[in-house]
Write a protein that binds this ligand. Structure first.
Ligand code: G1P
Length: 303
């Protein structure tokens, strides 16, 4: 039997430079998609997959994330007094229960690999899930749950992957595909941010991982890689020589909310998906001729 995954790690120490000035004093993980901060979607995905312990690797200016996952007594009492029971229930439903969150700090921005290593004491000697909150996934069940289902069969290390156009691979980690099923297969290679011509495939590492704790000792000695940062992918390459890695081509859609375009697309898509917003949102876009502008790019350019 494989060892159950109880803990999820959320690296939330990044500076969010691509969203300045919005992220000058506010963490990028608190940027909202419709009415929830990005981090809430990742946490909900983890809870849906059965995760019990949420570990946040934070940094300076990130205290508000800890507040977000705490109770707000005054607010709750006010909502109750005013009879706003719907929003109150929603607040309470999405709050991890007491004692299930832990916070530690990455003291220097040395890269994703270093951020994950900072979680080692809180994770301990057990497999863990890793969710990069920039990547927003819509799938039923959620992507981490889909990975858990595979992990229960394969054990080892599991990575969510997806196909992107060849010329986009250099923004991501890229895997090589080995034997297996169409949607779950052995990973034979991994490269962080390769040039398209040397990438092993167009399957990228999507920002969801299930990893064995052996990664921590490798990260401890990991030299800097792409972009002068300590890269998780480089440590995983070493671990691949010792333990199996399985790629899960998940069902669903993803939004790379680390980029403005992905973030804007996520807001439109999530709004259109909401029964309470869709109709009024479409009407508003229509009134402002924005629907036409989206359909007719020539007209938009001329205006
Ligand atoms: C990180 C990982 C990369 C992965 C990506 C997904 O890169 O290093 O392998 O493909 O997340 O978003 P970053 O976006 O931090 O540059």
């Amino acid at each position: 039997m494989v060892k159950r995954v109880r803990t999820a790690v959320f690296p939330v120490a990044g500076l969010g430079t691509r969203f300045l000035p919005a992220t000058k004093a506010m963490p990028k993980e608190m940027l909202t998609v419709v009415d929830r901060p990005l981090i809430q979607y990742a946490v909900n995905e983890a809870l849906e997959a059965g995760i019990e312990h949420l570990v946040f690797v934070t940094g300076r200016n990130k205290g508000i994330i800890e507040d977000h996952f705490d109770r707000q007594y005054e607010l709750e009492q006010t909502l109750e007094r005013r009879g706003k029971l719907g929003p109150l229930a929603e607040l309470q439903k999405e709050l991890p229960s007491a004692g299930r969150t832990s916070f530690t700090r990455q003291q220097e921005p040395l890269g994703l690999g270093h951020a994950v290593w900072c979680a080692r004491e809180l994770v301990g000697d057990q497999p863990f899930a890793l969710l990069l909150p920039d990547m927003l996934f819509r799938g039923t069940p959620g992507v981490l749950k889909q990975m858990m289902d595979t992990y229960e069969v394969t054990g080892g290390n599991v990575i969510a992957v997806e196909e992107v156009p060849r010329d986009a691979v250099s923004s991501y980690g890229v895997v090589g595909r080995g034997a297996g099923e169409d949607n779950a297969f052995r990973i034979t290679a991994m490269v962080e941010k390769p040039k398209p011509e040397v990438a092993p495939s167009n399957l990228i590492i999507s920002g969801r991982y299930i990893l064995q704790p052996s990664i921590f000792s490798l990260l401890a000695d990991q030299p800097k890689g792409a972009g002068g940062e300590i890269q998780l992918t480089d440590a995983m390459v070493t671990l691949m020589g010792q333990e199996p890695f399985v790629g899960v081509k998940y069902e669903g859609t993803s939004f790379d909310c680390g980029s403005k375009i992905g973030f804007l697309a996520a807001n439109v898509s999530y709004a259109l998906d909401r029964d309470d917003i869709r109709g009024a949102f479409l009407d508003e876009l229509d009134t402002r001729n924005l629907l036409d502008a989206m359909i007719e790019p020539d007209r938009r350019a001329a205006e």
